[in-house]
Design a protein around this ligand. Structure first.
Ligand code: ASE
Length: 298
């Protein structure tokens, strides 16, 4: 059966079920399935995994078989008994100790981002983040709200760090940074604290958290700290000029609406912000991966 509607129907079904897939992967991470299988170093049966992780047998069997369908686990049978082990994807990205682990970012998606996205409709109606609805937090200060607890802060910070293991190299290779011997990656409370001396400042995934006014305030402060010839490297997911892609940049921009005061921007918008703060010789490099790079100089 192949009607003209079929490709549309497939697309519809894929979109409808997208969050079910995400949540299965998050849950398997949260329960520690991938870490357990990596730790034992040999395939385990469903009941053994359930007992070791303190879950129901029925729920665990469903979860494990779904993970097989998603290529997160391999299943083999030994004497009619099903045994499970990690696929290469799980070993690399889903275990806490994996060389390219995304474990903490997935946990953050599951426990914070996912909860905020429950209020996407309200976020679009009101044009602002949904921390109050999602977590009952009435704080006006974004970062007091983002980091509801020390644990959440650590999960978020670890998660942001983990992303560099999959996109860091491309970002750092996008420009010749050899003219800048001392590089300072700006983080923490850069609105209040003084900016240390350096030849190049990096602002990675910072500007997308803020509206234009706060961005300009921060960029001007960095420009003041810069000596002539010094640079600023902005690392962000850059939207196409007409904002109709790439899809991941659009989704992240919606996430900024739901979780922060910011949005993702186009190359022209970043040029505009950097120029307004005084920077010149602005170059934008697309990596083709998650994060792109923009270099400006004083
Ligand atoms: C931020 C980055 C993130 C603020 C909130 C965030 C991420 C998730 N929540 O600066 C990482 C990027 N992923 C998405 C979906 O935006």
């Amino acid at each position: 059966m192949s009607s003209p509607e079929e490709p549309w129907c497939r697309l519809l079904t894929e979109y409808t079920n997208g969050f079910l897939v995400s949540k299965v992967m998050f849950t398997a991470c949260e329960l520690g399935i991938f870490d357990l299988l990596e730790g034992t170093g040999r395939p385990l049966g469903s009941e053994a995994i359930a007992d070791l992780l303190g879950t129901s047998h029925h729920g665990m069997e469903l979860l494990l078989n779904t993970c097989v369908g998603l290529k997160l686990l391999h299943r083999e049978t030994d004497d009619g008994k099903a045994l499970y082990q990690n696929t290469a994807l799980a070993t690399l990205y889903l275990t806490q100790s994996g060389p390219k682990s995304q474990y903490h970012m997935l946990l953050y998606y599951s426990k914070t981002t996912y909860v905020c996205w429950n209020y996407l409709t309200e976020a679009v109606r009101e044009g602002k983040n949904q921390y109050v609805r999602a977590f009952g937090k009435s704080s006006q200060e974004l970062f007091e709200a983002i980091y509801r607890s020390e644990e959440e802060l650590l999960t978020f910070m670890s998660g942001l760090n983990e992303i560099w293991s999959i996109c860091g190299e491309e970002v750092m290779a996008s420009f010749d940074l050899s003219p800048f011997p001392l590089i300072c990656d700006l983080g923490g409370d850069f609105f209040k604290e003084t900016i240390p001396e350096a030849n190049l400042y990096i602002l990675a995934r910072v500007l997308h958290d803020w509206g234009d006014e706060k961005c300009l305030q921060l960029l001007s402060k960095i420009y003041q700290a810069c000596k002539p010839g010094c640079g600023l490297l902005v690392v962000e997911t850059v939207l196409e000029d007409n904002k109709t892609g790439p899809l991941v940049a659009q989704l992240y921009s919606m996430n900024m609406l739901v979780q922060t005061e910011g949005k993702e921007r186009t190359a022209a918008e970043y040029r505009g912000l950097l120029t307004a703060a005084g920077f010149s010789r602005i170059q934008v490099k697309r990596t083709g991966n998650l994060y792109d790079a923009i270099l400006g100089r004083k």
